[in-house]
Design a protein around this ligand. Structure first.
Ligand code: NDP
Length: 406
């Protein structure tokens, strides 16, 4: 009997997931794409039919409502729910999956709309309920989190006895031609980037002011780029699962234009997440800003350049110190040619599809809630090679790294 797959969220990432599931229809079977605005699902379904020749079903759902979600999951008789709506919907979709006894996967950790906190606490707290319902929840199956976690697990399995330091490096050297736009949901992106920085060293978290720490890293196939330390959610699970870890940090590149616009918007209060009074109405400044900014799903056709995301790990193997850089380079225009999305949505959507594929094929199995690095990285790394995200490994000496501003 063929599988039944339910994808929730028809934004930039949802588009890629739907395309890639359709391109792997033997695994995903009957595919349904459901979102708040059904016309967005219909537009994606039309493109998939034209380009891939697979017909998918579309539906409307308010993913903040557990009742509506349960109804849709039962109607579809889903074997798996792939959540690529917003992080605000993680808990309601997880709870609906528990009620229906269906496996769950997402790409970003839960956030409460009114507090920009990135943590797994409330999702990990559902581990017992997932076990009792005999279902699996796979958290953070995008690129970062997602592939970066798998890269760390792969480094641990094949290259090191102990990893001592990890720097996760995320470079987007793409140009969409706008003075200011975000490559994924503007609200989520700006909340993440304007938050305080944080990294983990010697067993404790160290906080920095937003964008306080900058280093210049040399990204293969792109070149040297200013990279800023941010807090990123995969660090929270990796410190639990990587043996001997002494420090982990996350750096992301930004253009000067992006940083100047963001600072200005922040200074005038446009990044605020609390309601304010405007002409007798309550509005949330960052939500209003999101309405004004280009829809990330519309950037695909105009973005040129490459992304390079990877992990730089240092540690020991057989008593000898060494370091490696595992990375993946994507080209915005090639991604658009294949699935009509830019590389940021592509590099998130493909791993979401791969995580779901491994669950449906029984290669990644478990009852409860899991992060990516808890499973054997090899089948995932193989799928990346086959599904459009080929990766490379650079082996370096103990004292070599890719920083150019030391
Ligand atoms: P978009 O804003 O483009 O799309 C989000 C979609 O979710 C929209 O179609 C929206 O519907 C839908 N949605 C929002 N609220 C609801 C709701 N209550 N009920 C039903 N549907 C809803 O975002 P992206 O596609 O850029 O991002 C999707 C997810 O991917 C986010 O969680 C983001 O954080 C994550 N992400 C993860 C990355 C990683 O590497 N791990 C990287 C980039 C993104 P509508 O259009 O009708 O409003």
């Amino acid at each position: 009997m063929s599988n039944k797959t339910l994808i929730i969220g028809a934004g930039g990432v949802g588009n890629v997931v739907a395309f890639k599931c359709a391109m792997n229809v033997d695994t995903f079977g009957d595919i349904t794409l459901a979102s708040r605005t059904v016309s967005k699902c219909d537009a994606i379904a039309k493109n998939i039919l034209e380009k891939v020749g697979v017909r998918i079903t579309t539906m409307t759902v308010d993913a903040d409502s557990i009742t509506e979600l349960v109804e849709v999951i039962r109607k579809v008789q889903a074997d798996i729910v792939i959540n690529v709506a917003l992080p605000y919907q993680d808990l309601s979709i997880m709870d609906a999956c528990i009620e229906c006894g269906v496996d769950y996967l997402d790409t970003a950790n839960y956030e409460h709309p009114e507090s920009a906190k990135f943590e797994y606490k409330e999702q990990w707290a559902r581990d017992r309920a997932f076990k009792e319902a005999k279902i699996m929840g796979l958290l953070g199956s995008g690129f970062d989190p997602g592939v970066t976690n798998v890269f760390c697990a792969y480094a641990q399995k094949h290259y090191f006895d102990e990893i001592h330091t990890i720097d996760i490096l995320d470079c987007n050297a793409g140009d969409h031609g706008y003075p200011f736009a975000t490559n994924f949901n503007p609200e989520i992106n700006l909340r993440e980037v304007s938050a305080k920085g944080r990294y983990w060293e010697s067993g404790k978290w160290i906080e920095t002011a937003p964008m306080e720490m900058m280093q210049i890293w040399d990204y293969p196939e792109i070149g040297a780029k200013e990279s800023y330390l941010l807090y990123h959610e995969e660090m929270e699970s990796l410190i639990r699962h990587i043996k001997g870890l002494k420090r982990i940090r996350f750096f992301m590149t930004f253009s000067q234009s992006y940083l100047t616009h963001m600072k200005c918007l922040e200074n005038i209060g446009m990044l605020g997440i609390q309601k304010i009074e405007h002409k007798g109405r309550k509005i949330v400044p960052i939500e209003f800003l999101s309405t004004l900014l280009p829809d990330p799903a519309s950037l695909g056709a105009r973005t040129k350049g490459k992304t390079n995301i990877g992990i730089f790990a240092k540690g020991i193997k057989n008593g000898i110190e060494k370091s490696i850089y595992i990375y993946q380079v994507s080209d915005h225009e090639k991604c658009y040619e294949e699935v009509m999305s830019q590389a940021v949505s592509y590099t998130t959507g493909v791993p979401a599809m791969i995580g779901a594929k491994l669950i449906l094929e029984g290669k990644w199995q478990g009852k409860g809630v899991f992060n990516m690095e808890e499973f054997d990285p090899d089948p995932f790394m193989n799928e990346l090679m086959l599904q459009g995200l080929p990766w490379k490994i650079m082996e370096l000496g103990a004292d070599e790294d890719r920083r150019v501003d030391k």
